[in-house]
Design a protein around this ligand. Structure first.
Ligand code: SF4
Length: 179
């Protein structure tokens, strides 16, 4: 029997949402039985080798590479899930959205007292910073949103097992409340 295939990526995020996936503890063994991982930092597969059923994305889009990766996920995954607040609304990285990008770069690279080489990196191979950090749904169609910073391991487990099992996401209040 072929297993559903999952891919994951971290864009402008902190990897906390990926840590939450690993936080499902012993259930990770069940997960490995249930699904096959494709492109993901979890297995270090760097490019899609086959079409995937579910793509989990943490982080918003803060640079040109983030947009490229996100579009690649949309193309290769049947269902795309925005995991965590950074993916859903930009999160902490979006705190820069009220400040012009040039000012952000000058603050980070020219005025920061702990930076020795006072130069704004400009190698042509580096991704270009966007004017602001965009939530995923402003760039591509997103099918599901899992709230939290990060979403709890239980929430990720329930959502993932429902999705790969072809069931509706009947997430209970307990899983998505934050008080
Ligand atoms: Fe990190 Fe929170 Fe953003 Fe997830 S939602 S990438 S845990 S800051």
């Amino acid at each position: 029997m072929t297993k559903p295939i999952i891919a994951t990526a971290s864009l402008a995020g902190c990897f906390g949402c990926h840590m939450s996936v690993l936080d499902i503890d012993a259930k990770i063994l069940q997960l490995i039985e249930l699904v096959e991982f494709n492109k993901s930092p979890i297995d270090d597969i760097k490019t899609f080798t086959k079409p995937c059923d579910v793509g989990l994305i943490e982080g918003g889009c803060g640079n040109s590479e983030n947009v490229e990766v996100l579009r690649d996920f949309r193309k290769n995954c049947k269902a795309l899930v925005a995991v965590g607040e950074c993916a859903i609304m930009g999160g902490l990285p979006a705190m820069r959205n009220g400040i012009p990008i040039q000012e952000c770069l000058e603050e980070a690279y020219l005025r920061c007292p702990t930076v020795d080489d006072k130069i704004i990196p400009n190698d042509e191979e580096l991704p270009i910073s966007l004017d602001k950090v965009y939530p995923l749904h402003e760039i591509v169609k997103i099918d599901y949103f899992l709230p939290g910073c990060p979403p709890s391991a239980d929430l990720i487990w329930e959502a993932l097992t429902a999705l790969v099992g072809g069931k509706p996401l009947g997430l209970t209040y307990n899983l998505i409340k934050f008080d």
